[in-house]
Design a protein around this ligand. Structure first.
Ligand SMILES: C[S@@+](CC[C@H](N)C(=O)[O-])C[C@H]1O[C@@H](n2cnc3c(N)ncnc32)[C@H](O)[C@@H]1O
Length: 245
């Protein structure tokens, strides 16, 4: 896979545990790859600012990175997961997309710097200043919604009031995280999120399994492998375009 959008830059500002909180037990996602998937997905949409959803958000490290990297392109972030504990961290991480959240994190790191005097705390403070500068250039803060949902259960999304243009999700893949149900299926996820998708929405699924991935409501527009990860990008089909064979 060749990167088309994200340069081979230094993405240390976004490193897990620096400003964005790290909690052991969940895998971290490479920042450059996250940004590349977002940009590729965005290139299929005709919108300047989009609503972004991750139905397996975990600690929302991926969503927080995407929000910080693409602050002026994201209007709303919706995050859900089955795991209540992960959602606590998701809320804290996503608060870093607001000035208030960043200032609270700044205070916390300043206190740690006083106490421990580690150079890494100084670096984290510099990263926070860069994030603050960036989010101040935007007129509107990103709207954030976090809720619990089992994405393998058909009924949990329907009552929620939101619609999205883009879904990016790093699904459970054994070792550190497994599906909470034996009926583990990305197809089930694709089926259940459809009620929240806007016309022509784009869905990116990251997994460590090579799968067939044919769903009648979606057209697969990209597929690539990088390291142990497979990335599939789908376009949600309009009525009349479904692959009913
Ligand atoms: C690979 S982790 C996602 C990590 C996340 N991208 C992050 O940045 O923190 C997969 C997540 O799927 C969640 N999960 C497992 N089964 C689920 C289900 N049935 N519905 C929703 N989330 C589920 C797990 O709780 C875990 O947080």
């Amino acid at each position: 896979m060749k990167y088309q959008f994200m340069k081979n830059d230094n993405y240390e500002d976004f490193a897990s545990g620096r400003v964005i909180y790290h909690k052991s037990g969940l895998p971290n996602f490479p920042v450059r790859l996250a940004g590349e998937i977002f940009q590729r997905a965005l290139s299929y949409l005709e919108k300047d600012r989009i609503n972004l959803y991750d139905p397996c958000c975990g600690n929302a490290y991926l969503l927080t990175v995407l929000g910080l990297l693409n602050y002026n392109k994201v209007k709303q972030i919706i995050a859900s997961d089955i795991d209540i504990e992960a959602l606590k961290m998701a809320r804290i991480n996503l608060s870093l997309l607001t000035e208030k959240g960043l200032l609270e994190r700044k205070k916390q790191i300043e206190n740690m710097l006083k106490k421990y005097g580690k150079p890494s705390h100084n670096e984290a403070l510099k990263s926070i200043e860069r994030f603050l500068k960036m989010i101040k250039t935007n007129k509107e803060e990103i709207d954030i919604r976090v809720f619990q949902s089992d994405i393998l259960n058909k009924t949990t999304l329907e009552p929620k009031k939101f619609n999205v243009d883009m879904v990016i999700t790093d699904v459970p893949y054994g070792n550190l995280v497994t599906w909470s149900d034996d009926d583990s299926s990305i197809m089930t996820l694709l089926e259940h999120i459809k009620v929240k998708l806007n016309k022509n929405a784009v869905v990116a699924v990251i997994t460590n399994k090579k799968e067939k991935m044919n769903h009648r409501l979606y057209k697969r527009i990209e597929k690539f492998k990088i390291g142990k990860r497979y990335v599939y990008i789908f376009s949600y089909l309009n009525k009349g375009e479904h692959n009913d064979k």
